[in-house]
Design a protein around this ligand. Structure first.
Ligand code: URA
Length: 294
């Protein structure tokens, strides 16, 4: 009888694989390799000297051996009999699941920043001046996630330093904290032109870096500032007003969504709602409001 895997471990593994999926780490190299074998089977003539009984020379595969799962390759090779010799395959782009997983086990903010590099992965790079990675305490219990940099952030390379940022700073201080106590970052790291909302392809390209930041920091509480952050982390299309102020779970952190400070600049009457949300955050973190003693 096969050994029973405890349910808690199954859940952990499923959860981890879901996280890799969200990071865009999907298929195994071996699987892609197999597909390539099958495609070639339909379109390639046997190589000179190769008969139906000639074994496929998988040991000479041009793919680095470390990237192949032998069992997958053998399955593909067996299914392809009686066959032709596979052509040299171009290396599949991106890391294998195993390589990526190893890297993420030892992830750090520095490594994530290095991985972003001078990013050109999406069209936002064309207009940006500076990548705005994030700022604050790498061990923060509280992380604020915004949408994307604006003009001031793009110029300074720091999140939330413009008008909306000043309001966020006041909110943080009203909670009895300073900016250096918390971590502040965005869903996209480059300024969208004219401060437009980031588009789906930009969010899906950039958000894996945010997910890795959150995984490394592992805060007690995440505050999503506005719909883009909330929808990205919660994978929902529901309007933020439907769940604003409610405690939700994000990979073991408590998550609460509230209005974006830029919205508050346009609608100051909503500030009291946001303050209520922040008071919930303070209670969860055992904080007392500025100026209030025990
Ligand atoms: N708005 C955001 O969402 N993020 C910033 O960094 C600045 C403004």
């Amino acid at each position: 009888m096969p050994a029973q895997i405890p349910e808690s471990l199954q859940k952990k593994v499923a959860d981890r694989l879901a996280f890799y999926h969200d990071l865009g780490i999907g298929p195994f190299y071996g699987d892609r390799h197999s597909e390539a074998v099958f495609q070639q089977e339909q379109s390639v003539e046997p190589a000179a000297g190769m008969s139906a009984s000639t074994p496929i020379p998988h040991e000479e595969s041009p793919l680095p051996k470390t990237l192949l799962r032998k069992s997958d390759f053998q399955k593909a090779a067996a299914a392809a009999q009686p066959k032709i010799a596979p052509l040299p395959l171009p290396a599949a782009p991106g890391p294998s699941l195993f390589d990526a997983a190893d890297k993420i086990v030892d992830d750090t903010l520095l490594r994530i920043r290095e991985d972003i590099g001078e990013c050109t992965r999406c069209k936002l790079h064309k207009h940006r001046h500076t990548i705005v990675f994030g700022d604050g305490n790498p061990k923060a219990e509280l992380v604020f996630v915004g949408e994307g940099p604006g003009a001031d952030e793009d110029a300074q390379g720091l999140p939330f330093v413009g008008r909306a940022g000043k309001l966020l700073t006041q909110m943080i201080e009203a909670m009895g904290l300073q900016r250096k106590d918390v971590y502040i970052c965005n869903v996209v790291k480059c300024r969208p032109p004219e401060n437009r909302t980031p588009e789906d392809d930009e969010i899906s390209t950039c958000s894996p870096f945010l997910l890795r930041q959150l995984e490394v920091i592992a805060p007690k509480v995440i505050v999503c500032l506005g719909a883009v952050a909330a929808k990205t982390l919660l994978k929902t299309n529901r309007g933020v007003s439907q769940f604003r102020g409610q405690w939700l779970d994000y990979r073991g952190s408590k998550l609460i969504a509230t209005y974006h400070p830029a919205y508050l600049l346009r609608n100051p009457s909503a500030k009291s709602e946001v303050w209520k949300d922040l008071q919930k955050v303070m209670a969860a973190l055992g904080l007392r409001a500025k100026g209030k003693s025990a």
